[in-house]
Ligand binder design. Structure first.
Ligand code: ADP
Ligand code: MG
Length: 250
């Protein structure tokens, strides 16, 4: 579903991604861990067309991100083409970024109606099902300010799912939550994984990575230091940098 080959990304003279190679299979839960500043968010943003890579190849579902290949040449995609591709990728951030003036239900309906020109009736029906799926059927009429952080994050997940993405990106979805609210969000993500969603999850929740993850990558300073089965990497890290990081977070 995602293939990165020698992906580089620089901001000015600062190289943030220094040759990332990895593959995410369909239906896989792919966990990405690493210290702050190692390039995890930048990598997710590259996958989601929010940043353009400076070198290498990056593809989603067999298609290059940001470019079309024709006759051995690369052509930059137009904004409208990028917008179409971004519909297939859902992203959930540390901060929930819900529209404050809309109810939970309206937040979830918004993109299908505005972007896909779906009828309100169809969008509302799906939004209700999605809110039910994230355990918030009874909060459909609440505004974000009337929801806890964990509830807002679950609405944000429902909102991303409303576009029926083939890939979900999670960037530290529980890092901004009070500890007692983390479990409900992780449960929703676990359910998604069980339903076969392809997910890339940047997280410090090692329990989630161990139990739900199919693969785990440890990134540091813009390179993949170590990768493998989460159980193996977490219990038997091979590299000093991985060991040092895990000793701080476990
Ligand atoms: P992580 O998510 O692993 O904490 P980030 O991908 O956010 O790391 O950041 C990696 C590095 O890239 C950091 O040093 C950060 O300051 C830098 N960086 C991220 N975005 C930008 C940007 N738009 N301009 C300049 N530097 C950036
Ligand atoms: Mg980050």
């Amino acid at each position: 579903m995602v293939k990165a080959e020698n992906v580089h990304k620089s901001f000015g003279h600062v190289e943030v991604l220094k040759g990332i190679d990895l593959e995410v299979a369909p239906r896989e839960v792919f966990c990405l861990i690493g210290p702050s500043g190692s390039g995890k968010s930048t990598f997710l943003r590259c996958i989601n067309h929010l940043e353009q890579i400076s070198g290498g190849r990056l593809s989603v579902d067999g298609e290059l991100v940001g470019y079309r290949e024709k006759g051995g040449k690369l052509y930059e995609l137009k904004d409208s083409e990028v917008a179409l591709k971004r519909r297939d990728i859902g992203m959930v951030f540390q901060r929930f970024n819900l529209f404050p003036h809309m109810t939970a239900l309206e937040n979830v309906m918004e993109a299908p109606v505005q972007v896909k020109r779906e009828s309100k009736a169809v969008a509302r029906e799906r939004a209700r099902k999605l809110l039910d799926r994230v355990g918030l059927a009874d909060k459909a009429g609440n505004y974000p300010s009337q929801l806890s952080g964990g509830q807002q994050q679950r609405v944000a997940i429902a909102r991303a799912l409303a576009m029926e993405p083939k890939l979900m990106l999670f960037d530290e979805p529980t890092s901004a939550l009070d500890p007692e609210l983390v479990g409900d969000v992780l449960d929703v993500m676990r359910g998604l994984a069980e339903d076969g969603m392809t997910m890339i999850v940047v997280t410090h929740e090692m329990g989630f990575a161990r139990e739900v993850g199919d693969s785990l990558v440890f990134m540091d300073e813009g390179v993949v230091v170590e990768s493998g089965n989460p159980r193996d990497v977490l219990t038997n890290p091979q590299h000093d940098r991985t060991k040092s990081f895990l000793s701080k977070v476990l």
